[in-house]
Structures are given as C-alpha cells and as structure tokens.
Design a protein around this ligand. Structure first.
Ligand SMILES: Cc1cc2nc3c(=O)[nH]c(=O)nc-3n(C[C@H](O)[C@H](O)[C@H](O)COP(=O)(O)OP(=O)(O)OC[C@H]3O[C@@H](n4cnc5c(N)ncnc54)[C@H](O)[C@@H]3O)c2cc1C
Length: 409
C-alpha cells in the first residue's frame, strides 16, 4: 500500500506534463504506467540506425506549440523542413492540373465546413462533400489520415474547432524521444503498473494495480478515450457522463509502415505520392523524410482497420503493391520492411487519435471536467482545439495539474 497526494494514471504526454507541473509543488505524486516504457502514443524506436516515430512525429502548429522551446532546450534538433503535404509540387504522381483541381476541391470543402460550423445543429462532415465530385474519395482518404476516420464519422463543429497554424516541424531524434526526455526527475514513474480499478467512494481514492494498492487524495486520469470506453481502467462508482463522452470521442486509426530503400538516390527527398487518387482505401507515402533512405507509408480509417485485421504483413504488402503501381515492379526488390504499427491492437491505446462523432463535439468539455474536486482528466481528447496532438495532450496535463494544486493546496 502506497499513500500519495496525487496519483497520475498513464505516462503519455498528458501524464508526463501533469507530473512535470506537480514536481515543483509540495505535493507528493506518482505516475502509474501500464507499459514497460513511457510516452504512450509518442514512441520512437531506433532501427537500422534511424529514429523512427511509430506515433506522433510532427510538431503541429509549431509556431505556437509549447513543446518546441522545451524540446530545443534539452538539446534536441528541431527540423523546420516543411511537410510534403504543404507543398502541392511535392505530390510526385499528380499532374499539375490534378494538383490544382484537388486543391480547389479541398479549399471549397473547407469553406463549406467553416460556414456550417456556426450552425445550431452539428452534422457529419461528409454532408458537405459535393455530390459526385471526382475528388471525394481522396478527400475521404485525407480524413482517414487526419481524423483517423472518414468524414461520415466526423463532427463538423469538432473538425472546425481544431486550431492548426499550418506550421509543422519535426525533431530529428524523434518526437517520442523528446516526450520521454521531458519526464521530470522529481516524480516517481512506475512502469509495468496498469491501474485496473479506481474507486472514489471512500475518504481516499483507491487505485488497484497488480503491484498493490495506491491511496491518493487526487488522481489525474490520462488514459485514452478508447481505453476508458473499453473498461481498460474501471472507475467506481461509475461516471456515466464520462463513459458517454469517451464513446462520443472514439480514437480513429492511423498506422504507419516504414520501408527501407536500397537505392535511395533514385527517389526524391521529402516528396509524397498517393497510391491512387480515385479511392479512399489508399496509402499516402512520404518519400525520404529528412533525406533518410526510407519511405514512410501512412494508412487511416476503415482501410487501416482492415489492414490490421488482415494480419501483421498486410499493410506492408499493400504499400509495396501501391508503390509498384507508381514506380514499376523493379521497386519490389529494392525495399525491405523496417517497421509497421498496429495502434488499434495496442491494448493501452486502442487507436491513434480522437475525433468527435457527429453531434458530440461538446463531449470534449464533459470529458475534461473535474469530479468532486479530486478526479481530474487529461489527455489529447480533453483539448478543446489541439485534440489529437501531443502538444494538445501536454497542455491538458498542465491544466489538470493547475486544477489539482488549486484543489489540494
Ligand atoms: C500513428 C500516429 C501518428 C500521430 N501523429 C502525430 C503527429 O504527427 N503530431 C502530433 O502532435 N500527434 C500525433 N499523434 C497523436 C499523439 O501521439 C497523441 O495525441 C498523444 O501522444 C496522446 O497523448 P496522451 O497522453 O493523451 O495519451 P497516450 O499517449 O495514449 O498516453 C496514455 C498512457 O496511459 C497508459 N495507460 C493506458 N491505460 C492504463 C491503465 N489502465 N493504467 C496505467 N496506464 C495506462 C498508456 O500505456 C499510455 O502510456 C499521432 C498518433 C499516432 C498513433
């Protein structure tokens, strides 16, 4: 039995931010993490001498992203090369006319979203696709990458609330490395310690773990909405509003495959290709990110789920087939699979990032609200306008820590 002032559940970006903000306070805190590593959906692995980000990779809204300065201060390298998706010229397998037509369809859709976001009634973003438009399948593929779900699953009001400055940077050593490096030294982090049950009906909160019981005055819950909704952390007495909010903010799915190139110089640096422009079940392929000898394939939504279901080799096989369609069969012998993700199958994430279902945009505030001045909630899905990002998760952890300090001190 351990007694602390504050128990933080989950050592992802939100949990580490909460721990960091509490480390300077007189309160005792502990972070309980289910996995044997920290970072959660921020996870860099080193393969073939390359730091590969299996989860978050881009410092979105980098010009006002609070993590940029903190990461740079720790001596990591902020790379400001713009992403290929920001540069239409970088889409190697589109003609100039196609790029222009897609750009026009995208801008018109965005304008309709902005206009509809102020309506009293929320609706699915797919309502605003122009019937019969030739670019609808690719717009839906974009939604699958960006939201982790096609537009029929996405609330117009929530989609419009996302704040994106359009400035995107990377960290050469990896975003996962950077987030793990922000863990405070003054707070104990216990890996391999899943919390199965959080009871809040006694004078002290009671957290059950395989390594014993932790009693606390307050808890900061930082697990994903999908973990909450699936009962990966049970809270008793139940909090029906929180469960409903978690269900209204499901995690979409985005998965990656990293392919190593034997003759990288044959491919342009920082370019991208789509497998196809006339279907939604297609990958987007980032060629030679940061000049490295790799292609990073990205899949989203229904297609990513189907590939995960089809088994561990399915996504890589699909990526190679699509790239053969673009570069010819010679590519087959010049690539090898370095890594692939399966975020839906990860029991401690159960998906990639949250989106609000149509009509459920208000659930982010419900999820983020404190209960009884001692249960606090953080994580990317709690962010009002930086949800689905690592910096949004970080900000919610800091906000939860401020609430804890106000309640306990
Ligand atoms: C493929 C992919 C690409 C992405 N790309 C980007 C990007 O480019 N830029 C960006 O900003 N964001 C990106 N994201 C999103 C970003 O990674 C997440 O929004 C962010 O890392 C979430 O942080 P979090 O703290 O809210 O949750 P998590 O990182 O999920 O942290 C929750 C932690 O809780 C732990 N946990 C779960 N259940 C329990 C339990 N019962 N007891 C104890 N611990 C538990 C988990 O193991 C985990 O460590 C991407 C994500 C994915 C998957």
């Amino acid at each position: 039995m351990t007694e602390v002032d504050v128990a933080i559940i989950g050592a992802g970006a939100a949990g580490l931010a909460a721990a960091s903000a509490l480390s300077a306070s007189p309160l005792s805190a502990v972070v309980l993490e289910a996995q044997d590593r920290i970072g959660g959906r921020a996870h860099t692995v080193a393969l073939a001498g390359l730091p590969l980000d299996l989860g978050c990779e881009w410092l979105h809204s980098a010009d006002h992203n609070p993590l940029v300065a903190a990461i740079a201060a720790r001596g990591l390298t902020i790379d400001k090369t713009p992403p290929p998706w920001a540069n239409p010229e970088a889409t190697a397998n589109f003609s100039a006319a196609e790029r222009q037509a897609y750009g026009k369809a995208f801008a018109a859709f965005d304008e309709r979203i902005e206009a509809a976001a102020g309506d009293a009634t929320d609706r699915p973003a797919s309502d605003l696709l122009e019937a019969g438009n030739r670019w609808n399948p690719l717009l839906n593929a974009f939604s699958a990458y960006y939201n982790g779900a096609e537009f029929d699953q996405v609330s117009v009001q929530d989609y419009a609330a996302y704040d994106d400055s359009g400035v995107n940077w990377r960290i050469a050593e990896g975003y996962g490395t950077a987030i793990a490096g922000l863990a405070p030294s003054g707070v104990r982090i216990v890996p391999g310690c899943p919390v199965s049950l959080l009871r809040h009906d006694g004078p002290r909160l009671r957290l059950e773990t395989p390594r014993g019981v932790v009693q606390a005055r307050a808890a900061v819950v930082c697990v994903s909405t999908a973990v909450l909704a699936a009962g990966g952390l049970r809270i008793l007495p139940e909090l029906p509003a929180k469960l409903a909010a978690a269900e209204g903010l499901p995690l979409g799915l985005a998965d990656k495959v990293f392919l190593r190139l034997d003759e990288p110089e044959a491919f342009p640096v920082e370019a991208m290709v789509y497998g196809a422009s006339d279907r939604t079940a297609t990958g987007s392929y980032h060629l030679r990110p940061l000049g490295r000898p790799i292609i990073e394939a990205f899949f989203g939504g229904t297609h990513a789920r189907a590939l995960e279901t089809d088994g561990p080799d399915a996504a890589a096989a699909f990526a190679i087939e699509e790239l053969v369609g673009v570069y010819g069969s010679g590519l087959r012998g010049r690539v090898s699979v370095l890594a692939r993700t399966a975020w839906a199958s990860d029991p401690w994430a159960r998906g990639s990032y949250s989106h609000a279902l149509p009509g459920r945009a208000g659930e982010r505030a419900v999820l983020a609200a404190a209960v009884d001045g001692r249960l606090f909630f953080a994580g990317e899905a709690c962010s009002p306008n930086a949800f689905s990002t690592a910096h949004g998760a970080w900000e919610t952890g800091e906000r939860a820590a401020r609430e804890v300090l106000a309640a306990l001190l």
